[in-house]
Design a protein around this ligand. Sequence first.
Ligand code: ADP
Length: 260
Amino acid sequence: LEAQFLRAQRLESIGTLASGIAHDLNNVLAPILMTAQLLESQMHDERSQRLLPIVVTNAKRGAALVKQVLSFARGLEGTYTNLQIKHLISEIRQIAKQTFPKSIEVQTNIASNLWSVSGDATQLHQVLMNLCVNARDAMPNGGTLTISAENFTADEHYARMNLEAKAGSYIVVTVRDTGQGMSLETQERIFEPFFTTKELGKGTGLGLSTVMGIVKGHNGFIQVWSELGRGTEFQVYLPAVAVVEYYRQTEQDTPYGNGE
Ligand code: ADP
């Protein structure tokens, strides 16, 4: 408990520190970006047109990293509504299809009778996006990204075997890649803030700690499977909205019959 408390405290001060730095960095990056864009639009000589885009691109990249740090540190009060995860997944699928390299095939596989979850759409979007971006980065030579979703009931036995899980109804969203996989040493550290194996400027190491924070905020849990050279699978479990109530809302029969 003591160790847990110290860890929580350490994470909190890392968060405070990071958001302070990120704010200041934003104030530095904004004028760099604006000035470079202004010059780019006005200077038409060959050198300017070749060099200024490099400044613009990297200032934008810096701004994107700052945004990620801020969203990590800002914490997690969300706006909860009843969500159908399939809509979120089809949004993510489109983004992935349009922006990921053509060598990555994107597949989705969604159970038809999926329960709904109570969640913050923006946060859950971020969870899936972070997992998909990591999957993309793990497949530099192409491969298959599969996003699937199904219902899952954790019984008492399951809850005893999985310390994170409470018994109950969940939906489980799986993001699987056929990429490089992770060593056990890496797997042990992936949820630590700022842990990254990506080269400087490519990753903040905040993706998965943000994912974990959001999923815990939703009373869910995560399971990871990974094997070097074969790929990685992240399973995100989110508590389902009380099933019977949901079926009543949508005027379908419950799987248990209709109260008869
Ligand atoms: P970042 O992506 O900025 O490095 P994350 O917290 O999202 O930060 O990920 C931490 C590390 O976990 C990554 O640097 C990578 O080593 C590892 N990782 C995460 N997802 C995958 C994946 N799908 N395949 C292989 N390694 C992964």
